[in-house]
Design a protein around this ligand. Structure first.
Ligand code: CA
Ligand code: CA
Length: 94
């Protein structure tokens, strides 16, 4: 704790360039770009087929039953599509 405090006081420029708000905003736009990349038809939702490609891109190599089950746990409102809010909730806990 004491060491962290001294580090912060002696390196304010590091804190400025890596402030928490900015980090979150960057994370969010990076996530949005990722989401848009997986949303192949650009309708703002990730369908099962698109989700499966996402898992593949992450190197998870799910089988269809696993992909369906994972998709169901992300699709919290059960409309058969993953929207950005559902995706980002999953990504944060991933
Ligand atoms: Ca889509
Ligand atoms: Ca949904």
């Amino acid at each position: 704790m004491i060491i962290v405090g001294r580090f912060d006081a002696r390196a304010p420029q590091v804190r400025l360039s890596r402030g928490p708000d900015k980090a979150v905003a960057m994370e969010n736009s990076a996530l949005r770009a990722r989401f848009d990349g997986y949303d192949r038809d650009g309708d703002g939702r990730i369908e099962l087929a698109e989700f499966w490609e996402l898992l593949d891109a992450l190197g998870l190599g799910y089988e269809e039953a696993q992909a369906r089950s994972a998709f169901g746990s992300l699709d919290q409102d059960d409309d058969g599509q993953i929207d950005f809010a559902e995706f980002s909730r999953w990504w944060v806990g991933h």
